[in-house]
Design a binder for this molecule. Sequence first.
Ligand SMILES: [Zn+2]
Length: 89
Amino acid sequence: MKKTKQIDTYYCDYCGKECEQTPEYFMPEIRKVQYTSRCSKNIIRPSQKDICPVCQKQIAKLINLLHYAGFVGDDMEKVVYVLLKKSKA
Ligand SMILES: [Zn+2]
């Protein structure tokens, strides 16, 4: 009797490398909702991500940096501006 075994392969949603499935990770994601042909709005929704150990570490470091530098709650444009200014100094 022939038996077929299905093996699912998962890839990191950030770097694309093969990784374990990580169903416990949900990240906030911007989605554009089109209400009418002329009216759309960006909304934030949780999105399940498969994330490899390397990217898990990088994301955790980035979140720590935002907390450490007091950027939480600021607009990303301001964060990028401040970081660019500091890197030029
Ligand atoms: Zn990755």
